[in-house]
Design a protein around this ligand. Sequence first.
Ligand SMILES: [Zn+2]
Length: 556
Amino acid sequence: MNTIQKFKSPIQFRTSTILSLILILLTSFQLLAQDFTKEDELRGTVTEDRAWWDVQHYDLQVEIFPESKTIKGTNTITYKVLDEDKMMRIDLQAPMVINKITQKGKKLKFKTKGNFHYIKFKKAAMIGTEQSITIEFSGVPKEAIRAPWDGGFSWKKDDNGNHFIATANQGIGASVWWPCKDHPSDEPDKGVDLAITAPSSLMGVGNGRLISEVDNGETKTWNWKVTQPINNYGVNVNVGDYTHFGYKQEGLNGMLDVDYYVLSYNLDKAKEQFNQVPLMLNAFEYWFGPYPFYEDSFKLVEVPYLGMEHQSSVTYGNKYQNGYLGRDLSGSGWGLRFDFIIIHEAGHEWFANSITNSDVADMWIHEGFTAYAENLYLDYNFSKEASSEYVIGTRRIIQNDRPLIGTYGMNNEGSSDMYYKGANILHTLRQLVEDDKKWRSILRSLNKEFYHKIVTSKQVEDLMSKETGIDLTAFWEQYLRTTMVPKLEYKQISFNEMSFRYIDIIEGFDMPVIAVINGKEQWIYPKAAWQTFENIGNIKSLVIKEDFYIEKEQVK
Ligand SMILES: [Zn+2]
């Protein structure tokens, strides 16, 4: 799928010094925007040389050479011609190189400029036709030092001294090791064939289902197949001394194949820890609807780094313990009741892999909903109180440093608050809906409406306004596009009257909250101006319910 974005270069704004000064005064966000490079713009924008072709399928074959930490391979890209154009841009980051590009057996000329490779066709292909090119590539891919945060190849050894290799490239992009159109707005509609060749003493595990295994003598080739659209960063290669086990789960869409690939010596630990998978699938199918990739199965694959939401091959490196590497992010105790990586990364199958952002600036759709899914797991398997305590507990890691939404067209993510501020605003929204059955149906319609789709934050915001029946325009604007946390000031002005107002809000923000007066819940409707709530009886105790993500202060 293709979406075209237009980017207006901030350089144009620099023509007037006065205007620049005003901009600096207006927002520091504009300042950040001026730090972007041409490279960021090219990576983050659907430029003309990307817009005319829509990826249908990637046939990616890669051979891994552990001793030299090198790879080589081919990628056959099948694409639909949407528009007349002769120039095609392919992304592959240096020091990886493209050795050759062919179409129908004929060599194509291309020019390399840094991480971008431009193919000039002699004539434009006919609109509506499907074409394909084959790219041969090789090199020493960037090594990930602190995967999954930096991205690239992890070349590690397991405890027995066997090679243990994995890719993770969210952020830096899939083009760090394989040639593709590296923009989230265009997923291969018909999936990916992924052939991994590696030393035959090990095993190569990729996305989707294992179709065949070919013995080449010293090496083996494992052919994996994904039949559904997949985001580029979700495509992954893992090589290790794997052993396999699995089961079939009866789910909402029938029998789901669940498979696990773990290091041979971790089999017993995995059999114990992965008991959380059926609990996770039950919880998420209950709240979000069917697991979105029955065709391609569900897998957990052990890796030498923490983990990543690789579609139908969720990678796991949480060391077979609960929490986030044994820690509770929330401080509430509930974070130690589940394995963070199993629950969080698998939650991304719904939010990131099925519903995908069209620009990484809107990545809160992935991380906010998935961080929120952690507490829905607790809600389903423990209690509603557990879920509230957990999500409220995670507020301690919110920084309000930058807005949740980043800068469009620049391959720029918003603040890391997209996780737990995202989760907390969704938890707040659940309070506003005040009907858990309805809330669940909203989450399910989101997954139905945007099933396997690439969307903007605005589309998600609008659908949630429509489904809740509440105009959430100011709500989203406040929480997603500013760093201000609404602050409720309230005071008791007589024995049976209280006054309240909001500060630190945008115009029109008027979210109601629940005040607990003498133990009784009561909706109040604060706005920017002070209001008085009269005749509420002799106030002995007055608190504002914690579930709403706001600051509050009882003033004199
Ligand atoms: Zn995540």
